[in-house]
Ligand binder design. Structure first.
Ligand code: ASP
Ligand code: MG
Length: 412
């Protein structure tokens, strides 16, 4: 069994869906489970839609754009709009009317999954014309907690459901299912965090003991820098799970950070390949760590530096650090860089307004807080002396850290 994952960019129009069909056809009689994201930028559109509907604004125009976009793709593929798709459109419309008083995170998870439900209904319909293909509702197998918008997977229940419900279907036909979505114990839809479809692919690969997991992307493989930021980016042919885990830790957007652990646990090879250049083999990630690593550059914009200072003249000791870390853990916030001194602890995080508001609420009592944003964070993994010359010039350094292998700088 092989797992394929197609992101939004790969199915952003009818040509993309046809291309997906060609890729699937080229794998002939292989048993395939295909995980698909919402088409193009649909998730962003749904985020706008739920915000409007939830705050009582007129959302008709946004909904209209969403429908037109999918209708156009369906028209081009089928010359009509399939009922399997229209079913979700109607159900989305009903849910929007009904959002009323429900909590905003819950509302998000009611509405945003429709992107994946709609895309997979169209794609399954299309594939069914060339192979024996079944549409499968990921919410019936991926069980999560109720941490809406960034739900955590219940592995025990999920594995059982994948084996009992999905596996028998996948043994008979090609399966098309949704990335990014699951459901809680009460049957509410949940989402796994933005860009979470890779993670869904990894969950299914793990539970099905897949022979391989391929992520089809709009890049030729994994590169050592974002080519939009740095000229002359090079592609890796092979990488180890460990290297890629570290790259994602520093913010490289090669693959969703949670993807690596499940597939590494079972040594399932992960291939990152181009859906545009299907002949190229891309990057293979496995236990093999024999490749000599060239420096890898990761840039993260819109960073927030938070400095917490003690209120009396005691030290920023382990107890106080513990208090801060507990709050960050509670808010599901990842620290991108940190440093402590006698009286302060400074940490850099992704700049999200609602999270910094919560930090203020929870830490104001014990600390004097200051905030600076937007800042940039650059990381060079496996640096060489030459590598530093490639960093942007004329920057004001705010914080810097260097270990034997890695260099990080936060700058204005
Ligand atoms: N459609 C979701 C998003 O855009 C999930 C994904 O693409 O992986 O975040
Ligand atoms: Mg997406």
């Amino acid at each position: 069994m092989q797992i394929f994952k197609f992101g939004g960019a790969s199915v952003k129009d009818a040509a993309g869906v046809k291309n997906l069909g060609e890729i699937v056809a080229s794998f002939g009689s292989q048993r395939l489970v295909i995980v698909v994201s919402a088409m193009g930028k649909t998730t962003n559109k749904l985020e706008d839609l739920v915000k409007q509907a939830h705050t009582g604004q007129d959302y008709a125009a946004t909904l209209g754009e969403l429908k037109d976009y999918h209708h156009e793709i369906a028209q081009e593929l089928f010359g009509e709009i399939p009922e399997s798709y229209l079913h979700f459109e109607r159900s989305l419309e009903n849910e929007l009317k009904d959002l009323g008083e429900c909590e905003s995170m819950l509302a998000y998870d009611k509405i945003v999954p429709y992107g994946e439900l709609m895309s997979t209904s169209i794609i399954a319909e299309y594939l069914n014309k060339q192979v024996n293909c079944k549409w499968f509702d990921a919410r019936t197998i991926i069980r999560t907690d109720q941490y809406f918008t960034e739900a955590n997977v219940d592995w025990v229940v999920t594995e059982k459901q994948v084996i009992n419900l999905l596996k028998p279907v996948a043994e008979e036909s090609v399966v098309v299912t949704q990335g990014f979505i699951g459901s809680d114990v009460e049957g509410n839809s949940t989402t796994l965090g933005r860009e979470g479809s890779d993670y869904t692919g990894a969950i299914l690969a793990y539970c099905l003991n897949a022979e391989g997991f391929t992520v089809w992307k709009d890049v030729p493989g994994i590169l050592n820098a974002d080519p939009r930021i740095l000229e002359g980016a090079e592609q890796y042919e092979k990488l180890s799970y460990r290297e890629v885990t570290e790259m994602t830790y520093y913010g490289a957007q090669v693959i969703h950070p949670k993807t690596l652990k499940p597939i590494a646990q079972k040594s399932i090879p992960l291939m990152v390949r181009s859906f545009q250049d299907k002949a190229k083999s891309g990057t293979t990630i496995s236990t093999d760590n024999t490749t000599k690593m060239i420096p890898c550059f990761v840039f993260k914009g819109n960073q927030l530096l938070v400095t917490a200072q003690v209120k009396d003249h005691s030290f920023m000791d382990e107890k106080k650090l513990g208090l801060i870390l507990q709050v960050l853990d509670l808010l599901n916030i990842k620290i991108n860089l940190m440093q402590n001194s006698a009286l302060t602890f400074s940490f850099c995080i992704d700049n999200k307004e609602f999270k910094s508001k919560r930090i203020k609420e929870l830490l104001n009592r014990d600390f004097i807080l200051s905030f600076e944003s937007p800042l940039n964070l650059a990381t060079i993994k496996n640096y060489t002396p030459d590598a530093f010359n490639k960093l942007p010039w004329n920057r004001t350094v705010i914080m810097e850290q260097k270990t034997a292998n890695n260099y990080q700088v936060l700058y204005r």
